[in-house]
Unconditional design. Structure first.
Length: 86
């Protein structure tokens, strides 16, 4: 999980997920979007993702987003031998 800065205009009401927050890129002037990903071990190919508002700290979103990502991943596969959270 991480957040990333966007160049979405502050007056754009259609992009409600992009919010001001504490950016890891130190860009207080841009709106943020948080992102959780499930990727393959070989090559890091994204399989499942979940975006969340950027004004929410990762620590408050971690358990809910992880539960959702794992459930969505299990829906795609018959057998999940193991998952590694990073």
């Amino acid at each position: 999980m991480t957040n990333f800065a966007t160049f979405i205009d502050s007056t754009n009401d259609r992009a409600s997920i992009a919010q001001r927050g504490k950016a890891k890129q130190k860009r207080a002037d841009l709106r943020l979007v948080g992102l959780g990903l499930v990727v393959t071990r070989d090559g890091g190919v994204p399989i499942v993702s979940h975006a969340y508002p950027g004004d929410r700290p990762d620590v408050t979103q971690f358990s809910a987003v992880i539960d959702e990502l794992v459930a969505r991943y299990r829906d795609l596969t018959e057998h999940v031998a193991s998952l590694t959270m990073v």
